[in-house]
Ligand binder design. Structure first.
Ligand code: GDP
Ligand code: FE
Ligand code: FE
Ligand code: FE
Length: 187
């Protein structure tokens, strides 16, 4: 499927603001793919589809986790943690996407994981720095992303975890594992 078809497929599933965010992630992911020698088409597809499940029904998503035997730890964490793994399931089943790297980029775009591929890092970072994102420190992350993908990934994970701790939110195990992994690479 092509860009316009994927965009048409996600548009009715989300509010306008989320659609605009998605376009921003798409443009940023393509830019990073060019910069770091990744497949631009894969970056485009993963970016367009990354938040496809963001507004799906939680009960339905939890049922998918059970039926498809996804990570059982996801139960009870809510849609913020479910929409990546369930999004990967949706795009595999609805759009016949079989490329494992593309599916992983969608699956792990919220938490990250140990041993992320270049494409996974591009989607994770693009999600955080796309032009519509506005938070303290985003400009610093944007500059880093243009210089060094691993350092940008590490800085983005640290920013997310610091935010979660600051706002007294629980941290999903994969997020911590991802943080530890990026720290090892920083040495
Ligand atoms: P979005 O879907 O474009 O808004 O971005 P993400 O999918 O990256 O993140 C969705 C939400 O999940 C954000 O509000 C993050 O702060 C939150 N989030 C990311 N990791 C964790 C985690 O480990 N625990 C919790 N509780 N929330 C997380
Ligand atoms: Fe998301
Ligand atoms: Fe993210
Ligand atoms: Fe997103």
């Amino acid at each position: 499927m092509e860009r316009e078809q994927y965009l048409a497929a996600i548009k009715p599933r989300m509010p306008e603001k989320r659609y605009i965010h998605t376009i921003g992630v798409m443009e940023t992911a393509i830019e990073l793919a060019k910069l770091y020698g990744e497949d631009e088409k894969k970056a485009e597809t993963a970016a367009i589809l990354h938040d496809i499940a963001k507004y799906a029904d939680i009960e339905w998503m939890e049922q998918i986790v059970r039926d498809e035997k996804l990570d059982a730890r996801l139960i009870g964490w809510g849609s913020e943690l479910l929409h990546g793994p369930v999004g990967a399931y949706i795009v595999a089943s609805e759009f016949d996407i079989t490329d494992e790297d593309t599916l992983n980029a969608i699956r792990f775009h919220t938490t990250g994981r140990v041993g992320m591929s270049r494409l996974e890092k591009i989607i994770f970072v693009a999600d955080m720095i796309e032009p519509n994102r506005k938070f303290d420190g985003v400009e610093r992350l944007r500059k880093k992303a243009m210089k060094n993908l691993d350092k940008a990934m590490s800085a983005c994970v640290r920013h997310t975890l610091a935010f979660l701790i600051d706002t007294k939110q629980p941290i999903y195990p994969l997020s911590i594992e991802c943080y530890n992994d990026t720290m090892k690479r920083e040495e």
